[in-house]
Design a protein around this ligand. Sequence first.
Ligand code: GLY
Length: 562
Amino acid sequence: MRLLFAGILVSFTCSLYAQTSSPYHYAIQKKKVVANGAVVSAHPLASRAGLTILQKGGNAVDAAIATQLALAVVYPAAGNIGGGGFMVAHLADGRNIALDFREKAPAAATRDMYLDASGNARTDLSQNGHLAAGVPGTIAGIFAELKYARLPMSTLIAPAIDLAENGFAITAAEAHSLNAAQSSFKKYNTVGPVFIKEESWKAGDTLIQKDLAKTLRLIRDKGAAGFYEGETARLILEEMQRGKGIITAADLAGYQAKEREATVFPYKQYSIVTMPLPSSGGVILQQMMKMAEELPLKSYGFESPKAVHLMAEAERLAYADRAKYLGDRDYYAVPVKTLTSKAYLHERMSLIQPDKAGASKDIQAGVLSPASEETTHLNVCDRQGNAVSITTTLNGGYGNKVVVGGAGFFLNNEMDDFSIKPGVPNMYGAVGAEANAIAPGKRMLSSMTPTLVLDKGKVFIIAGTPGGTTITTSVFQTLIDILEFNMTTEDAVNKPKFHHQWLPDEIFVETGFPIEVREALQKMGYTITQRGSIGRTEVIKISGGKIEAVGDSRGDDAAEGY
Ligand code: GLY
C-alpha cells in the first residue's frame, strides 16, 4: 500500500499541500491543522465533499453524511450504499449518540445455510456472491443521521451525484484494487458492471457511474424509500432472483436503523465513547483499555517488548471472550456488565505471565456466572463542538462482488461476519459460537469501533479504522499511543501496529515493526507473523484551540479542514 501511495503522489500531486481542485486533478493531504472544522476519510474527494458542506454552514453530521455518500462513489471497495455501519457522535449539547445501521440476516436465513450436506462450512458462499449479502443498512442509517443534521438531503447528496454522474480520476491504489478484483467481478455479476474493463485500470482513468447516479437521485427525491422501495428495491430483487439470493421485498421494506445507548467508560481522566453491540468494539475495547489502565505501559515505552507483550496478552484475553460471548444483544443475552467489570478483568489479568507469552489453547473465554479489508472510516468535527465518527463497510473489498444490475452499487458480504459454524474462522480468522450464530433478522457481530475520547466533557480525540478484527486492536493501540506514550497524532496513526486475536495464537506485526522487538517477543515464546497493512486509521485531535486531522499513509486517506 505504501508503494501504491507513492504512485498516487507521482500521478496526482505537484505539491502535498496543493488544494484539491477538481475530480480530475486532486492532491492527497495527509494532515491539516485548522481552527474551525475538519474531515478525514479514505479518499480526498470524499473529504473535500465534507469540507464543502462545513463551509456552507453544515454541522459535523451534515459533513459526515456528504462524506459517507461521496465515499460510496469514489471508494467503491468499501464506501457504500449496499452495506452497513455505525455512527458514534458527541453533540455540542453534550449528548452522545450511537447509531446502528448494521446489515441484518434476511428472514429466510437459517443457522446452517452455509453448511453442505456433510456439515462442511461453505465459506465460498458466505464470502462471495448473492447469498453472502445481508440486508443493507447504510441508507436507513444516513436518514437516521439526518435527524442531527441541518441541511437538506438534496444538498448533502449533491457532491456524490455529481461524482457518479460526471466521473472522477481514480487513484493508483483504486486502479490496483479494481484490477485485482476483475475475475471475481466477472464470476459473480449477472449484469456486467462499469468496474469490469478489458484493459487494465490505471491511475488517472475516469470512472463514471450513471446507474449509481440514478439510484442516488432516487434517494434524494424519495428519501430512504428511494432505496428500500420502488425502482431500487425492484432492481435488488431482480438481482437476487438472477443470482439465487434470498433478500426479499419485506426484508428491504422492514429494515430499520437503531439508535442505541453509546458505550461510555472512563479511562484515567478521560471518557471513552464508543459503539455497543452488535459491534464487539464497545466490549473488547473497554476490556483492553481497562486492563491497560492498570499496567505501567508508559514506563515501558512504545514498542518496547514488555509493552507489546502485555498489550498482546490483553488482546488475546479480550478476543477469547469475543469468540464465545459476543453477538447481537437483541437475540442473545450477552453478559456485558460482567465482561467489563473490574473484578472479572482482574481475574483475567491474573492469567498473564510477566515475561512469557501465554498460549491460546490454555486461555479460554472467561467463565461467567449465569446471571449475568474492506471497511472504511471517517471523522468530522465542526466549530460548534459536534464530533462524528463513522465506520461503514461492505465487509470484504467490493463486498460480495455483486453490483446490483441497473442500480450501480455493490452489495455486502456481511453474512460471513456471523459464525457460520462454531469454530470455523471467518474471512478475518475470527471464530464464534452460539452468540453469533445466524438467525433471521439478527445483526452479525462486528469489529467496527468508531470512538471518541472526551476530556472534561469536550471532544479530545476522534478515531476509527477499517481492518476486520484488527479494528479494535488498532483503535486500542492508537489511543494508548496518544494517551500513554504521548505520541504525535501522525505517529499514532502511521507507526507499525500489531494484533493478537486469541486464535490463531500469534502476534501479527505490520511491515516496519522493529526486528529487535520481534526477536525479544519470540524469546518470550510468541509466534510472530509479518503481514501487510493493519488498518487505515483516521484521527482528529482537538487541543489548545487547534484541530489536527490526520489521514493514514497506508492508503489514499486525506484530511481537509478550514
Ligand atoms: N465487516 C467487518 C466488521 O464489521 O467487523
